[in-house]
Design a binder for this molecule. Sequence first.
Ligand code: GLC
Length: 659
Amino acid sequence: MTAPAPGGPRAAEQAWRRLRPQLAEEAVAALGPAEADAFLTRVEVALVDVHAPLVALYGQRADPEELLARGLRLVLAAAAERPAELRVLDRRREIDPHWFQRERMQGYVCYVDRFCGTLGQLPARLDHLAELGTTYLHLMPLLRPREGENDGGYAVADYREVDPRLGTMAELEAVAAALRRHDMSLCIDLVLNHTAAEHPWARAWLAGDPAYADFYTAFPDRRLPDAYEATIPEVFPDRAPGSFSWVPEACGGAGGWVWTTFWSYQWDLDYANPEVTLAMLGEITWLANRGVEVFRMDAIPFMWKRLGTNCQNQPEVHDLVQLLHALARIAAPAVVFKAEAIVAPEDLVPYLGAHARERPECELAYHNQLMVLLWSSVAAQDARLAIAALRRMRPIPTGATWVTYVRGHDDIGWAVSDTDAAAVGADGDAHRRFLNDFFSGRFPHSPARGALFQENPLTGDARISGTAASLCGIESALEKEDGAALHRGIRRLLLMYSVVFSFGGIPLLYMGDEIGMRNDAGYLTDPERAPDNRWMHRPPMDWTAVGRRHDPATLEGRVFTGLREMGEVRRSLPALRGGAEPTVLTAGSDRVLVWRRRHPRSGSFVGVANFSSMPAVVDADTVTGFGTYEPALSSDGPLEVQGRGLVVPGLGFAWYAEP
Ligand code: GLC
């Protein structure tokens, strides 16, 4: 008999056989017999997903079986502390494991202070979210950040405390409970690639506390940092060049270059150390027990470093995510992970578990490709690139789904691949430059009012800031008091959202988009924010403008009514459930994106979006399934028939569905 492969299922079984008797006893003592049985069953189901990554990541430097035992004890303790109400939720999610794929799912993302002031005031605003049809609320970073600059809260000084300006942990728990009563799930950011330099782990590491040895990485001289930087692209080239920061107290006081992928005060954790992974697991399960259901896994591509690479999307990152995911869900099965991986499409789908052999990783991921392609299509008034790129994307596992969106709190990076650009006869570089010119308003006649973010004069790279409405031309139209331009701007915004609501996945509304909020220059007066123009698209919610949302004569009324209607119709269309892939169709026009969806339990759905401002004709049989699908929603009423074609108005959209 040969020995079992170290990371294989047999090795996992053997380790579990040795650990089980003792752990089963502890589980019964901690949870009682019925819950212990459920717990142990979850361990058995997830066993390989925990054991294989432990061997792959740490087999060289530690005993995987010992780590397995520690990981399981940690999640057992978390399961024992889990509040009764959340155990009920766990049970519901285990009965309905595809809850996040339902057509009823609709997201909203906001900053607590900018939306309503404090956590205590949030429950009073839930009516607004309910009116939109929200079932999932992402609250932007709210854990206690460092003092001073904090990258919009992405420099966390304490995972177990809420930013005192926003409220307390007890209030966050109360918000989570209020959301559950409204059938909404709470999502928060888990900033796990780095902590603030002020986090107690970082302080203890710096002080040489052996319990925190190797929590972060520091180099005494430039030799290795230079070698790494030769292949690492910069995230913030203008104010935080490079990926290392000099810290005089590091390396036992001799000074050292600390790994800081983002700002100098955000120190990258070293996940090559299993203690870091277990410590982060402790924070995840603790937050899950406060009522967090969805963790937005911030900047996960960066979690593992390898010399000679761009230090993103390394295979070990997937092992790590798989490990944390499997363990967290043993303690809290209601929890799902959402990947924030703003990377090329071929690197993106593995975060949803799409590998040569599928693996459970994140249930959700931002559909960054779709977002970028929507903006690209709007600028070019042409859908060819979107058609080519979306067709080339690999399918995702049926147990996962996308989060689709038009705009978020970050800049837009033009993740248009050169291969896709070449496929439609374009040059990737030239197209990215065009997009920057167009959305920064430099391109002749562009109605967009964005701004370049992190322009890199050396490479010519840049990204774009600006709210969706301003990028769509709404701001410039209002300024010029040009009614026709305003009409086009609103149509662009609704056109993009029509795809986001129906392409497949959870549509995510970015705070303020529902009333077409424009760029806000207020950040320029705040010295901590002024250097980061991403704040221009993070305006405080204008509740006076929200008051106009039912008035069809106003901008707010037109946008809000359009979006609310999309949500309503979406909820009636089972074809829009996750778990099935859309197919991009050829329907006779380069300017129109046409896609079909079909869930195994539903009839077909076809969506049509014309990115040109001129009417376009599409093949009627393709769109209507030879006359068998019925109109479900459209921007301009029934499409006009022209011979065997249907006329899609300029910047118009239509949804058809099999009854
Ligand atoms: C993510 C966030 C971004 C932040 C970065 C570092 O990309 O979306 O806002 O700057 O992570 O945490």
